[in-house]
Write a protein that binds this ligand. Sequence first.
Ligand code: SF4
Length: 81
Amino acid sequence: METDWMTRGKCRDMDPAVFFPSDGVGVQAAQRICADCPERMPCLEYALQNHIDHGVWGGASERERRRLLRQRRLTVVRSRS
Ligand code: SF4
C-alpha cells in the first residue's frame, strides 16, 4: 500500500501524540487539524485497510472508523446475497 501521503500530511511535523488523544476534547482538536489536510482520504483508507484501532486518522475517530468498517462489511454481505 502506498504511503507517500504520510510525507505530505498536515501532521507531518507535529507531535504524533496529538492524534492519539485520551479524551473527546483531544479527538476534536485532532479532527480540526485533519479537516483541511490534503491527504485526508488516503490517511483514512490506510487506517481502515490496516484495521488501526487507535487514534484519529483521516479526521475519523476510533468510533467513526469502527462504524465505517461495519458499514463496509454490511455492504459486502448485501452485495453477495
Ligand atoms: S488526515 Fe490528519 S492524521 Fe491524516 S495525514 Fe492528515 S493531518 Fe495527519
